[in-house]
Design a protein around this ligand. Sequence first.
Ligand SMILES: [Zn+2]
Length: 208
Amino acid sequence: MTDSTAHHTQPTATPSDHGSGVSDCPATANSETKQRWLRRGVAGLMVLSALVLALVWSKHGPTRPQQQRGETTLGMPTVVKTDAQWRRLLTEEQFHILRESGTERPFANRYHDHEAEGIYTCVACGNRLFSSSAKFDSGTGWPSFHAPLNAKAVRQTMEPGLWQRTEVACSRCGGHLGHVFDDGPPPTGLRYCMNSAALQFVATSSSK
Ligand SMILES: [Zn+2]
């Protein structure tokens, strides 16, 4: 019985002793462990961000060369020339259409009823733009296509103003080619209305 009472009294004495004598110890120990955890947390965050970076790199890294391999026009450098340089290279009509967003007369142009098989390139820079297989008779008097050779061959920009037309330009030299409208035939339902003077037809080897 005496043992049990001694046991009971001892625990009540120890906390009071501990509390008054070494009250700073647990506090400093706590802040030290906090700092240690903080350091570990920062280190962990750095490792995590490095992992995320590695993941992003592995996801986007390999796709770039694949895209460049797939689309030939992507790898081409952008052709940039001054107006004076373009004037020396182009005829007056070509310059007016390509560099001043002009429009040639309907029917009185080179390719509106041209039916040979081949590729239509940009007359200014040689960028491959349209295939004869996408050409159709729109009845407008301008060469019309339902799609460009690939999406990267042309650059499409909404024109400001009341007309709300979408301008089509060569993605390589920025030359104005024509406009695209949504009243075309299947499979795209689009009508790329081009200026013959902006194009150069190149026959495919089989039709030469
Ligand atoms: Zn061009």
